[in-house]
Design a protein. Structure first.
Length: 368
């Protein structure tokens, strides 16, 4: 790779980032810089196209460019300020994505976004195991969604109205992220601490349920309504005493009976929220009912099957609950979880939906 191409890339990236800061993402100078970056990338043979910041130097496709000049120093600083130390351009990158990258690097506060054909990461020197370079884009996505869901949850109280716009924003972000071709497994939040579990579980169930709904070809409104259902399916747990909810040992029958009321509490609460999709109420009520019409709560019309949206959320809920690490057991691998779920095909889960879900997860795992 010639020095000229590398210098051209650096120059145009610095110009693009500076211009987007001065003007806007649609400004002609930004468009031109992005087009030049793409044209330079197109000139390269197929294969990796990765710019890394290693200390104060730039490395392109494993070649160190110590003398990358004034613009090189500038690019190191601009990327460093956002914590980005690796930019990988995948085949098929568009000028629109490059412009968004400029804007994200130029933005004062927001963490870098997600792109279908650009990967951002942090270079780990020395001790890093292969593949351990944490993908900053994923981390930023998780942190942002977590903060948004936490904000929504903090408003949940029997004495207050729940603003539905925050919830809609979250599920719309998920939908747009699927559309950009993001891998569903990379979108799932890793659970870190116990206190975060409520939010990460809500986020993961919402993402998995939406991915399944989307793969069935449902309309956007339905996919979004199912996402809202997933996000709020366990709100009733906020109305259960914490000592019982977080009890590490085995629950007594009475304690289990109390926890088993969370679908009823959740549905009763959500039914009063103005402007919320009625599907969210149904999903909260039915998510612990089973495909064979057993499960809880026991409803008056016992023989009626769960709504399809609830069947989808039941699958997503079960998967995330088993997949995540809990204090009393290790987390199970994807194939272990899917194996357990398959034993319940037709009893707990709708067989057709479970087969589709399995397909979706295996495909995502192969591509992750
Ligand atoms: Fe639940
Ligand atoms: Fe749940």
């Amino acid at each position: 790779m010639s020095d000229t191409i590398f210098r051209g890339l650096v120059w145009n990236m610095v110009v693009g980032i500076s211009q987007v800061r001065l003007y806007s993402i649609g400004h002609e100078s930004v468009v031109v810089a992005a087009e030049r970056v793409r044209a330079l990338l197109d000139d390269l043979p197929d294969g990796p196209r990765t710019i890394m910041v290693v200390k104060d130097d730039l490395v392109f496709n494993n070649t160190l460019f110590r003398e990358s000049g004034m613009h090189g120093v500038k690019l190191v600083r601009l990327l460093g300020a956002k914590g980005v130390s690796r930019v990988e351009f995948l085949q098929g990158v568009t000028t629109e994505e490059i412009r968004r990258l400029f804007a994200d690097v130029a933005a004062a506060k927001d963490p870098p976004g997600l792109y279908a054909h650009i990967r951002l990461g942090r270079v780990e020197l020395g001790t890093a195991a292969p593949g351990a370079d944490a993908d900053l884009a994923d981390a930023a996505f998780h942190a942002e969604q977590q903060a948004r869901v936490q904000a929504v949850y903090s408003q949940i109280s029997p004495f207050r109205d729940l603003p539905t716009t925050g919830i809609e924003e979250v599920v719309t972000t998920f939908l747009l992220t699927f559309r950009r071709g993001a891998n569903v497994l990379r979108m799932l939040s890793p659970v870190r601490t116990h206190s975060e579990h409520t939010y990460t579980h809500a986020i993961n169930v919402s993402i998995l349920a939406m991915a399944l709904a989307e793969s069935l070809g449902l309309k956007d409104e339905s996919v979004q309504a199912i996402g809202v259902g997933g996000l709020l399916h366990d709100v009733g747990k906020l109305m259960i005493p914490k000592e019982i909810l977080h009890k590490p040992g085995k629950l007594s029958d009475e304690e289990f009976g109390t926890i088993a009321k969370h679908p009823l509490y959740g549905a009763a609460y959500l039914a009063r929220v103005e402007g919320l999709t009625p599907l969210a109420v149904l999903v909260a009520l039915e998510h612990h009912r089973k495909f064979d019409t057993s499960g809880y709560p026991v409803l008056r019309d016992t023989g009626r099957r769960q709504h399809a949206a609830s069947q989808i959320v039941t699958i997503a809920d079960f998967y995330d609950a088993l997949r995540s690490h809990r204090p009393y057991r290790r987390s199970l691998s994807m194939s272990e979880v899917l194996g357990i779920m398959h034993k319940e095909s037709g009893t707990v889960f709708n067989p057709g939906l479970l087969a589709r879900f399995t397909q979706l997860m295996l495909k995502a795992a192969a591509e992750a």
